[in-house]
Design a protein around this ligand. Structure first.
Ligand code: ACO
Length: 386
């Protein structure tokens, strides 16, 4: 047995995948064979999901069918709505509501949402599509209740991204805004065996079910070292903008031993290629925005922070990660800050499902080992004698 401990499993290869390929040294990301720069700006979200599920892009007719299929799976039952209303009334954070709503998806009585899905069951890929389809509805329903409004029913004639924005606001969004969100959803859909994806693969490796995998993955995505960063990034950027002194802000944070949110990555040693895609998408939105000054601060802050981090940590190259421009882009699209991480989930659930199906295709129980470092040779003493 190999007794070497690798903290955080850093650099350990745990699976073969055809879904995405990351080159951390050169800052390249490929999804299903396509460079992220090419795919993210051109594909609809539905096309990218189809690519992950079928390992090829759909024909026009297949895309129509796939869009209709996903759109038909968006509804939630009154029972799931009740769970989300309770979460909103109790002022639970949005990621907790998404986790509860995902788990509660089992309450829906349609055949595909029944709790147990053995390997090879015809209903398993259908349930994967159902989970992708329903995430926006769960989040938007919770958010509407949180605002004291009634939920907006999903519209089958709108695409996935447009319908999500429609359910949040009740208004049909502009094409430029939909394109901005769609670029984001395509950009973060899959990223190797990141923490939440590994969680999903681990859950299904026990022959558990996809709802359990998605629920556990939401819990993993929530943390600030993974998907929980963009909300704090936006707060940081607003603070920096207000201070009018990006350099002073960076110096103060680093001197206090704090981390700059939106910088650094476990795998990338250069700028995260997704940051570049989202930065360009943000540029396109700025043209339509009244917040031009704020975006100028964002650009200046990136330059100043990367420079300061280089001096502060000369041994570790720390550049912008995906979360930095996620904050700017989602803010520009009009997604509320509290929904940044859930919106990451709206995209990534497709990656989780594709990985789960890939894991089930050739399953081995994921079960690493640990090295015992506790006491030895203890002998039992009755409670009265301790
Ligand atoms: N700001 C300042 N210093 C940093 C930062 C940062 N953002 N990130 C890493 N460092 C420093 C650490 O202090 C450490 O320095 P030391 O060796 O002097 O102690 C060194 O760089 C290495 O840091 P690790 O924590 O070992 O790096 P790891 O690969 O484990 O962490 C992570 C990667 C979690 C993303 C980290 O860079 C970080 O905390 N960034 C800020 C939070 C963030 O942006 N999260 C979103 C990640 S992207 C995503 O998951 C989709």
């Amino acid at each position: 047995m190999n007794d070497t401990i690798t903290p955080g499993l850093e650099g350990v290869t745990v699976a073969e995948t055809r879904l995405s390929d990351i080159d951390g040294e050169n800052g390249e990301l490929v999804i299903g064979g396509y460079p992220i720069e090419e795919l993210a700006t051109r594909a609809t979200y539905e096309e990218t999901v189809f690519l992950l599920f079928h390992d090829r892009l759909p024909t026009a007719a297949e895309l129509d069918d796939f869009r209709s299929d996903l759109a038909s799976r968006r509804g939630i039952s009154a029972s799931v709505r009740d769970v989300l209303r309770h979460a909103a009334e109790a002022e639970k954070p949005a990621m907790d509501a998404l986790r509860m709503g995902t788990a509660a998806a089992n309450l829906d009585t349609d055949e595909e949402a029944r709790p147990f899905h053995p390997i090879g069951d015809e209903a398993t890929p259908a349930l994967a599509r159902r989970l992708v389809a329903v995430f926006p509805t769960i989040i938007a329903t919770y958010w509407r209740y949180r605002q004291g409004s009634d939920p907006v029913e999903p519209r089958e004639d709108l695409g996935h991204a447009a319908n999500y924005l429609y359910m949040l606001t009740g208004d049909r969004p502009d094409e430029a805004v939909v394109r901005g969100l769609e670029t984001y959803l395509n950009t973060v859909i899959d990223h190797g065996v990141n923490a939440s994806t590994f969680t999903a693969r681990t859950v299904v490796s026990t022959e558990s079910d996809l709802v359990s995998a998605a629920t556990a993955a939401v819990g993993s995505l929530k943390g600030p070292l993974h998907g929980g960063a963009p909300g704090p990034v936006l707060e940081m950027l607003r603070d920096v903008h207000e201070s009018g002194d990006p350099a002073g802000y960076v110096t103060e944070k680093l001197a206090a031993g704090e981390r700059l949110m939106g910088f650094g990555h476990r795998v990338y040693r250069v700028r995260d290629p997704r940051a570049a895609v989202l930065s360009s998408a943000t540029d396109r939105l700025i043209a339509e925005s009244s917040d031009v000054d704020f975006f100028e601060t964002v650009r200046e802050f990136e330059t100043v922070a990367v420079e300061a981090l280089r001096e502060h940590n000369p041994d570790r190259r720390l550049e912008t990660n995906v979360e930095f421009y996620t904050a700017a882009l989602l803010d520009g699209v009009g997604v509320p800050k509290q929904l940044f991480t859930p919106t990451f989930g709206v995209s990534r659930v497709a990656g989780w499902m594709a990985h789960a199906l890939e894991q089930l295709d050739n399953n081995t129980l994921i079960r690493p080992v640990s090295r015992y470092i506790g006491e030895t040779n203890r002998s039992w003493t009755p409670a009265k004698d301790r």
